[in-house]
Design a protein around this ligand. Structure first.
Ligand SMILES: Cc1cc2nc3c(=O)[nH]c(=O)nc-3n(C[C@H](O)[C@H](O)[C@H](O)COP(=O)(O)O)c2cc1C
Length: 184
């Protein structure tokens, strides 16, 4: 069974809730590694967790997740990304499927920039980007509420994630699992 690595940073738990929803969507079709980026793994600005990077080495598909902070990924996620530069040199992750998810306090809180960053990170590594094939505003169950097809963009409504965002996250996991199986 292919391995899906879900690599994410979260402080107050919203991105983590999305990570678990992506995992639910992929369950049964892939093995799943939930890899939380821990702030204390960053020392003098450098992320140190070789085991997490080795998990990605073994994965067929990777989902990147971070809250949107100041119009981009959180610094902790960026520290993880910077730590992958040795893998980049060897294109160690080339050919793996990649996708992204993010959240924010505002509906239009510049989440697109975080997803764009994830897709560029994937391109740097020679990975194959997996967006969402749900036309925003057209899905009868309300998935892809914010109309982002590059990846999953969400925001808190009354301090909680709407069910439609969780359903979209589950769908992204299902789609990643299908692509990982084809790719494997
Ligand atoms: C430093 C900081 C910067 C933030 N910048 C943005 C932003 O640019 N756009 C936005 O919509 N929300 C922004 N937020 C809100 C977070 O994205 C939101 O609280 C998110 O749910 C946190 O994710 P987490 O629960 O996984 O930690 C910011 C929050 C913090 C703490």
């Amino acid at each position: 069974m292919p391995l899906l690595a879900i690599v994410y940073f979260s402080i107050t738990g919203t991105t983590e809730t999305l990570a678990h929803a992506v995992a639910r969507g992929a369950a049964g079709a892939t093995e799943i590694a939930l890899c939380r980026i821990a702030g204390d793994a960053i020392v003098s600005g450098r992320f140190h967790n070789e085991a997490l990077l080795e998990t990605i080495d073994r994965a067929s598909a990777v989902a990147f997740g971070s809250p949107t902070y100041m119009g981009g990924p959180a610094a902790q996620f960026k520290a993880f990304a910077d730590s992958s530069s040795d893998r980049w040199t060897r294109q160690r992750w080339a050919g793996k499927i990649a996708a992204g998810f993010t959240t924010g306090a505002c509906a239009g809180g510049d989440q697109l920039h975080t997803l764009s960053y994830f897709s560029i990170l994937a391109a740097q590594h020679g990975m194959l980007w997996c967006g969402l094939d749900i036309p925003g505003g057209e899905d009868s169950s309300g998935r892809n509420r914010l109309g982002s097809q590059l990846g999953l963009a969400t925001h808190l409504v009354d301090r909680t994630l709407p069910q439609s965002d969780l359903s979209t996250a589950e769908y992204l996991g299902e789609r990643l699992a299908k692509m990982a199986s084809r790719n494997g």
